[in-house]
Design a protein around this ligand. Sequence first.
Ligand SMILES: [Zn+2]
Length: 220
Amino acid sequence: MAKLYFRYGAMNSGKSTALLQAAYNYEERGQAVLLAKPAIDTKGADQVASRLGMTRQVDFLIGAGDDAGELFARHRENVRRSAADALIPGGRATDVACLLIDEAQFLTPAQVDEVFRIAVLEDVPVMAYGIRTDFRTQAFPGSRRLLEIAHALEELKTICRCGRKALFNGRRIAGRFVFDGDQVAIDAEGAPVRDEHFVTYESLCGVCYLEESGGVLTPG
Ligand SMILES: [Zn+2]
């Protein structure tokens, strides 16, 4: 029986790199994978972009109102059809071995339920990579649902500037930490630092987060 995996970590913990490595590992064995991500993440639009410089186009984007199971079924059918059309029998993967989802925190709770069904009912492993909490230490709705129902939780670790393990994601606008604002604000790498809308994130341990937030965990 296939499982739904939630591989979570703070910003900069190498989630996209790990996803691309997992895809490579399947394909090296001649197996096909599908890559997907929620459409809300405008950074890199339809790309999985690793901080190490690797990028790869996703097979499909999941819009806020989309049925993730239906999208998966349609793209799975394409994989099966192209395998059947292949001139050399046995030279192509015949089915999808794994669904890999980047930025999974932006899935809706209903879409998390849909990808759970893909794992359990379609018997295709689903690996969802994402951030656990937002800049105010609150779970993203998609992450909360993944924490509730994923068969397996795996933490991808990164370190804070002080050397401790990072737990949280501090948001900066024009270089200064902020603790109120919308839950979703995509970082705009390459924008001018003085731009008042320039959003960046820094992975912080509990000690450094509390230092910056004035001692509260749900600030703002
Ligand atoms: Zn720290």
